[in-house]
Design a protein around this ligand. Structure first.
Ligand code: SF4
Ligand code: SF4
Length: 473
């Protein structure tokens, strides 16, 4: 989730934010590298360009190596801001994507390789998906996340048209954020949306079981490993048992669990947060990385490109790997056995939709007023809140503090300039608060609708978000 995390310590928009946002607006990916770079991972793959099942790489995986490079640069002895200012200047001159393309190609190759392995794993399991290569549309996460909901709604309808032209009925993706968007946010915003989405982990686990595949040993993976649950995949979509099934199927691999696991997973700091609130992001990533290391495992696996990026950059001395690579390697020496029927808890459960009552000021106000009125201010959400946790329980950056702010906004109370930007745009949308809320409030959805309302009321200026115009393919 490349979010617009605004520097809470400053009402100014920091150059790091402008850099990330400019890229998102220009190229549909966080760094503005364009469709040719984003589709480079698929070169040489002999797969159709239309079909009922689509392999969707998503906005982040194909460019994560470039983001990793940027992250390494920000950790250099030069200050983050000076580097970001330099990057911003290059972006204005249109030179940043070219500079990144040259410097980051090597770093990106491992993520490209993981995407190819993800596809090859499916093929070995008898699934031959279509891929859209340069025609693959962005799923529009940044528009939704910023609260630019009119644009997101229009963009999502365009994506639907493109998928229909390609005959797509189901999407399989290794990016859990993309899967969540197609399963939850597209049905919220596109009437009649009829495309299903499944994560790569879900489909592969199901095929391994139903095809009676016995994964083989892989010497380089024969070790004690642990698993980091991405919040979007576990907490929001209930995909908890499938990755563990795949890991435990590999002979010689010993799975040990971290303290926070499954739906109670811990935030790993998120790539977008790293760019704009590096200190908070590092504290989150370090805490999570240490927790994974304390399991005694040598390797921590995960299933999300953004989590991988932040954990690999956490400074914790441990190997962080992609589950895709491990399963792919184990499949190379697999044998056939008897098909198995496996029932995973929470598998394919319907996701709770929070459809707004329209995107006008009245529609958003009415939606938020109803939701906020159900908050009893119990504060059960606060101890779970990722940002409050690393900021010593600061109420203004807590879940309850944000719901209180939303209530004040819909009631028309006076707010300080910059207050909405500071507080709502620092939420990482991890959903931990939603799990803890006895009233069942969909706090992350409320945050998004709160952002949208704030923009429409002029409490957050569109130019402050810097995402107008540009190619959002
Ligand atoms: S989603 Fe909830 S728990 Fe997570 S950072 Fe936002 S307010 Fe806090
Ligand atoms: S847990 Fe729910 S009801 Fe309680 S303060 Fe948080 S949002 Fe409000």
């Amino acid at each position: 989730m490349f979010l617009a995390f605004i520097d809470a310590a400053s009402a100014m928009i920091p150059p790091e934010v402008e850099l990330a946002r400019g890229g998102l607006a220009r190229g549909g990916d966080p760094l503005g590298l364009g469709p040719r770079v984003r589709s480079a991972w698929a070169e040489g793959l002999d797969l159709p360009s239309r079909g009922e099942l689509l392999f969707y790489a998503g906005d982040f995986y194909p460019v994560m190596g470039y983001a990793e490079l940027l992250l390494r640069l920000t950790r250099s002895p030069l200050s983050t801001r000076r580097l970001a200012s330099l990057g911003g200047a290059l972006m204005k001159l249109g030179l940043l994507p070219a500079a990144l393309r040259i410097a980051g190609r090597g770093a990106n190759s491992r993520y490209q390789a993981s995407l190819r392995k993800a596809v090859n794993t499916l093929i070995r399991l008898g699934v031959r998906p279509a891929i859209l290569r340069e025609e693959e549309p962005s799923f529009g996460a940044v528009l939704h996340t910023y609260g630019l909901l009119d644009e997101f709604s229009e963009h999502a309808r365009g994506v639907w048209e493109r998928l229909r032209e390609a005959g797509v009925r189901t999407i399989v993706t290794p990016d859990p954020v993309a899967a969540l968007f197609f399963r939850k946010h597209y049905p919220e915003f596109v009437d009649g949306w009829d495309v299903d989405a499944v994560t790569w982990v879900e489909l592969v686990a199901e095929r391994v079981a139903s095809e009676g595949v016995r994964l083989g040993p892989v010497s380089r993976w024969a070790m004690r490993v642990t698993y980091h649950d991405p919040c979007v995949q576990s907490r929001m979509m209930g995909v908890v048992e499938q990755p563990r099934f795949l890991i435990s199927e590999i002979p010689g691999v010993d799975l040990v669990e971290p303290t926070r696991r499954g739906v109670n997973t811990g935030c790993s700091g998120d790539g977008g947060l790293e760019l704009v609130q590096p200190e908070v992001a590092r504290r989150l990533a370090l805490a999570r990385g240490e927790e994974l290391k304390n399991t005694g495992a040598k390797l921590a696996l995960t299933s999300c490109p953004a989590c991988l990026l932040t954990l690999r950059s956490s400074g914790v001395e441990m190997f962080f790997g992609d589950l895709i690579d491990m399963v792919h390697d184990a499949l190379l020496s697999a044998k056939r056995g008897e098909p198995r029927e496996v029932a995973w808890a929470g598998a394919r459960r319907p996701l709770r939709l929070t459809k707004p009552r329209g995107l006008s000021v009245e529609g958003l106000t009415s939606t938020l007023a109803e939701l906020a009125s159900r908050c009893v201010r119990c504060g059960f959400c606060n101890p779970t809140c990722s940002t409050a946790q690393v900021l010593d329980g600061l109420e203004s950056r807590s879940a309850r503090g944000r719901v209180t702010l939303i209530r004040a906004m819909v009631e028309g109370r006076d707010l300080r300039p910059g207050e909405v930007l500071d507080r709502l745009y620092t939420c990482v949308l991890c959903g931990a608060c939603e799990m803890a809320c006895p009233a069942g409030l969909p706090v992350p959805d409320m945050i998004i609708y709160g952002r949208a309302l704030a923009i429409k009321l002029g409490l957050v200026k569109r130019e402050e978000l810097g995402v107008d115009g540009g190619d959002r393919r």
